[in-house]
Design a protein around this ligand. Structure first.
Ligand code: SF4
Length: 83
């Protein structure tokens, strides 16, 4: 499953475009996630309009790796799903 590092993500949407399974969506960062960021990353969020990638369709991921290669911010890693 893909993990998005919200400290790196700038919501550019390359993952949305390349993912064959429509795993990603770009939307406003959730308040709890925003509050978890440090001051520098909060400022960075403001610069790119608070837009980040979430993975509402994560169960459909087939670990092709296209999103990892496409992300210009190197914000996505693939992790083995647990549980
Ligand atoms: S690894 Fe492939 S299927 Fe999974 S989220 Fe990334 S692009 Fe989509």
């Amino acid at each position: 499953m893909p993990l998005v590092d919200l400290q790196r993500c700038e919501g550019k949407g390359d993952c949305v475009r390349v993912c064959p399974e429509n795993v990603f969506e770009i939307r406003r960062i959730e308040n709890a996630d925003y509050q978890g960021l440090g001051l520098f990353h909060k400022f960075k969020q403001r610069v790119h309009g608070f837009q980040v990638a979430y993975t509402p369709n994560v169960d459909a991921c087939r670990a092709c790796g296209l999103c990892v290669a496409a992300c210009p911010e190197r914000a996505i890693t693939l992790s083995r799903a647990t549980g």
